[in-house]
Write a protein that binds this ligand. Structure first.
Ligand code: ARG
Length: 477
């Protein structure tokens, strides 16, 4: 029977029986649940390759492959054992159901090259899914922006009202940030992640004549990691991936923070989908934007995972050490958190609307076009901008900052400039129109920008569809 206390496979000939508590301490079995599918896929490829090359008896291969496919459907039995890891659990299970023939599966492989392959495979699948979700999110954000090209919104610097903008301008800021992550994830997928370590053995390869390129192809890897020590020992692909997804979560957490602020009754700028709000068990009036709070927290958690990954890696001598096993859970948790955060964020962006009236009220309340006023004076009077800035500031000091018309009247009086010219500049719709620079919120500039980013998105989606079909990776994780 397989169960607690089942004999251990690797250690007994040399070291004798293990201590159950010590095995539990060093075991990765619990965390291996997240990569069991990939571990089995790797074993299936390995066994098929040995069979195709005539390196193991055909009938043994058939029996092993049969049992591995059953495990692929239901692997729960593996997680009832007291073993070092899922690799040992699978071998023990196979020996129990197939007999000694199961031992052929161990030829020409090590857990070191196999766990690296399974981790790379899992990372690859998740990053492809993440690229797909980012593209969907960008599409949602672009569609929303199209609705709000003309709707004004203040920007904030130091959380103080700053300049006049539009909702579409805010939304395309999100899109551009996500576009950068789409590109960089595509890049690390091909350059860093999608490479096979298989056939590298424990550290220096194997005398079993494995064709590493063929084996890589069997698993859908697009290339091999050449140096076998690098292949088995490096976890750079984990720290690089973790750095990027952590930066993505940190970027999302800042946007989540904006929405949390705008959801307060004091701002009241957004109408979030009610599914993203929670209430209070005691205060009947509460509407808390909890999904954004969780996303904000996940940004912090990601930094924790990344810090753990880097701190564990640092100082581990080259070659496999069990410290590396302790990295896995951080990577896997981080990847799943990121995917979930992006998916929930998309649902939020799909449902959120902006409270145009409240935003307009605020725009009338705060002097958001004083920059344009000073710029106009500098250009019109031919005075250095620093001087124009000083003139506007001194008028604000005298008449107060909140009444732009009064500011214009005083400036006109002091400088002899036509007040109607000044009033035109401070009008926020006009100020927006005057901003012709690329990337500004000017509705015409924005409409052109939206057409351009839609084209880029179409190309990115096409690239993603090719990636999915060529890697054979669907939506399953
Ligand atoms: N469970 C390990 C991991 O997840 C793989 C085992 C390698 N163990 C060893 N003693 N070489 O990294």
């Amino acid at each position: 029977m397989i169960g607690k206390g089942f004999m251990s496979l690797y250690r007994e000939a040399l070291l004798g029986k293990s201590d159950e508590r010590i095995t539990a301490f060093t075991s990765s079995l619990e965390e291996d649940k997240l990569i069991v599918k990939e571990v089995i896929e790797v074993l299936i490829a390995h066994t098929s390759h040995l069979r195709d090359k005539g390196l193991i008896p055909q009938d043994a291969a058939v029996k092993i492959l049969n049992e591995l496919s059953k495990l692929l459907k239901d692997s729960s039995i593996l997680f009832t054992m007291n073993v070092e890891d899922v690799h040992e659990a699978i071998e023990l299970y196979l020996r129990n159901v197939v007999g000694d023939d199961a031992g052929w599966l161990a030829l020409g492989r090590s857990r070191n090259d196999h766990v690296a392959a399974a981790l790379r495979l899992k990372t690859k699948k998740t990053i492809i899914a993440l690229i797909g979700e980012l593209i969907n999110l960008r599409s949602t954000v672009i569609n929303k922006a199209r609705k709000y090209v003309d709707v004004p919104l203040p920007t904030f610097t130091h959380l103080q009202p700053a300049q006049i903008s539009t909702v579409a301008h805010y939304l395309t800021y999100i899109e551009e940030s996500l576009r950068v992550y789409t590109n960089i994830l595509n890049y690390i997928l091909t350059e860093v992640i999608d490479k096979s370590p298989l056939g590298s053995g424990a550290s220096t390869g194997t005398i079993v004549p494995i064709d590493r390129h063929e084996l890589a192809r069997l698993l859908g890897f697009s290339d091999v990691l050449v140096n076998t020590l690098f292949a088995t020992s490096s976890r750079d692909f984990i720290s690089i991936t973790a750095s990027i997804v952590t930066s993505l979560l940190v970027a999302l957490s800042r946007i989540a923070e904006d929405f949390i602020i705008w959801c307060t009754p004091q701002y009241d700028y957004i109408i979030p989908p009610s599914t993203h709000l929670s209430t209070s068990s005691i205060m009947p009036h509460k509407r808390n934007l909890v999904t954004m709070e969780v996303i904000r927290a996940l940004g912090g958690e990601a930094i924790g995972h990344l810090t753990a990954i880097l701190s564990i890696s640092k100082g581990v001598p080259s070659g496999y050490n069990l410290d590396l096993q302790e990295i896995n859970k951080h990577l896997l948790r981080l990847l799943l958190n990121t995917l979930e955060a992006v998916t929930v964020f998309r649902d939020f962006m799909d449902g959120v609307e902006f409270n145009v009236e409240k935003i307009r009220d605020d725009i009338m309340k705060y002097p958001l076009t004083t920059t344009e006023l000073a710029e106009f004076l500098s250009l019109k009077l031919g005075v250095p901008y620093r001087e124009a800035h000083r003139m506007v500031a001194s008028v604000i000091k005298e008449v107060g900052g909140n009444d732009l018309r009064k500011i214009c009247e005083e400036l006109s009086r002091r400088l002899g400039v036509d007040v109607s010219d000044l009033n035109e500049v401070i009008d926020f719709e006009n100020a927006l129109r005057l901003k012709k620079v690329v990337g500004s919120p000017n509705p015409e500039v924005m409409s052109k920008h939206l057409r351009e980013v839609e084209d880029i998105l179409l190309k990115d989606r096409e690239k993603y569809m090719n990636l999915r079909s060529s890697s054979g990776v669907g939506n399953e994780l």
